[in-house]
Design a protein around this ligand. Structure first.
Ligand code: FES
Ligand SMILES: [Fe+2]
Length: 370
């Protein structure tokens, strides 16, 4: 798990002006609420007084109030009121980490890291969102009892479809391509590939209906950063799906996925439900497999697995992760596990680069391996 990327925090509708929302991301709790301008704010859910959960409190005047002794914090994380202090200003140390947010596609994302704006990875993008001829299904949020990198790698694996996805007609990779290394291409902050799938017998069951069966499909996927995955399914030039999976590691063995399905055909709204239903069946087929993987987290060394050419995109994904290891952005999970219950950590927010005096320890990071 990595600091310095954009993570999906909540469905935008669930982030409110009248009530804080709590959630866990990468093993740490956060609180989300809207300030008096309606802007979504995301803070570490630990009150620096004596450890209260801000998310169990309430929102007053666009600020969050701790339920334990009523300390009040603004969207910037600074304490504005301490009921047991006279009218004086709260001390400078009374502040919690507050993270940059962006709201798009019905999702509130937070940048969990301390990089200044100019150095950050790009905000999550769905280029089809505003394009004519495309339609989005409403946002689907679901959880998987698996480590997020396992989930990402599953999305980057073209050879599982034949075995895992009868709901899609068990598409098998083209016979010539399946034994060759995947043609994986780099994009900014990630990589992608496209291959051909065929199904001589049944055709690929695009939407669970005979009328949509096609004998050949071009499909593939890609990742941006460690936790955004895109799947492209091109039944033809015009009949296309682009599926966006924004993944939030909840902890070391659980992932929350924010899924947006874009389509360039069957544009009538009455198709939404049918498409959502098929997508859900397909997701369940993946979840069945993912929740049983052993070990839960990807092994540190490829000697603990037998990788073959069709795992090329998985390997490329791991090479990208390695680059972010080399930036020193990887959280030291063992150290965090070790201190669990003794230390409340925070992913350092950008403000920590310009001001000192922070109460919570920054999360332990693995030093770059060089
Ligand atoms: S712990 Fe939050 S106000 Fe005391
Ligand atoms: Fe799958």
């Amino acid at each position: 798990m990595y600091i310095n990327f954009w993570y999906p925090i909540a469905a935008a509708d669930d982030v409110r002006e009248d009530k804080p929302l709590r959630m866990e991301v990468m093993g740490l709790r956060y609180v989300a609420f809207r300030d008096d301008k309606g802007t979504a704010r995301v803070l570490r859910d630990v009150c620096v007084h004596r450890g209260g959960s801000l998310g169990k409190g309430w929102v007053r005047d666009g600020q969050v109030v701790c339920p334990y002794h009523g300390w009040q914090f603004g969207g910037d994380g600074k304490c504005t009121k301490i009921p047991t202090l006279p009218a004086d200003k709260p001390p400078a140390r009374a502040k919690v980490d507050s993270y940059p947010t962006t709201e798009r596609y019905g999702i509130v994302f937070a940048f969990l890291g301390d990089l200044p704006e100019a150095e950050r990875p790009p905000k999550p993008e769905i280029p089809e969102w505003d394009q004519a001829g495309w339609r989005a299904n409403s946002l689907t949020v679901f959880e998987v009892g698996a480590f997020y990198e396992r989930s990402m790698e599953n999305g980057l694996d073209p050879s599982h479809n034949e075995f895992v996805h009868p709901a899609q007609g068990s598409p098998n990779m083209n016979q010539d391509l399946r034994r060759k290394p995947l043609d994986v291409q780099d994009v900014p902050w990630g990589s992608k590939f496209l291959v051909r799938f065929e199904n001589e017998e049944k055709g690929t069951e695009a939407l669970g209906e005979k009328s949509t069966l096609v004998p050949e499909v071009e499909a593939g996927s890609g990742h941006i950063g460690p936790n955004s995955m895109i799947t492209w399914i091109n039944f033809s030039e015009t009949n296309r799906f682009s599926q966006y999976f924004f993944e939030a590691p909840v902890n070391e063995s659980r992932t929350r996925i924010f899924f947006v399905n874009m389509r360039a055909f069957l544009l009538e709204p009455e198709n939404d439900e049918r498409i959502a239903k098929v997508n859900l069946i397909v997701a369940k087929e993946d979840i069945e497999i993912l929740e049983e993987l052993d070990p839960i987290r990807t092994p540190d060394s490829t000697t603990k697995e037998v990788l073959v050419p069709s795992d090329g995109a998985v390997l490329r994904y791991r090479e990208w992760l390695k680059k972010w290891d080399d930036n020193g952005w990887r959280i030291d999970l063992k150290e965090m596990r070790d201190k669990q219950g003794d230390v409340a950590y925070a992913i350092p927010c950008p403000e920590r680069r310009t001001s000192g005096n922070w109460v919570l320890d920054p999360v332990p990071l693995l030093p770059p391996q060089g």
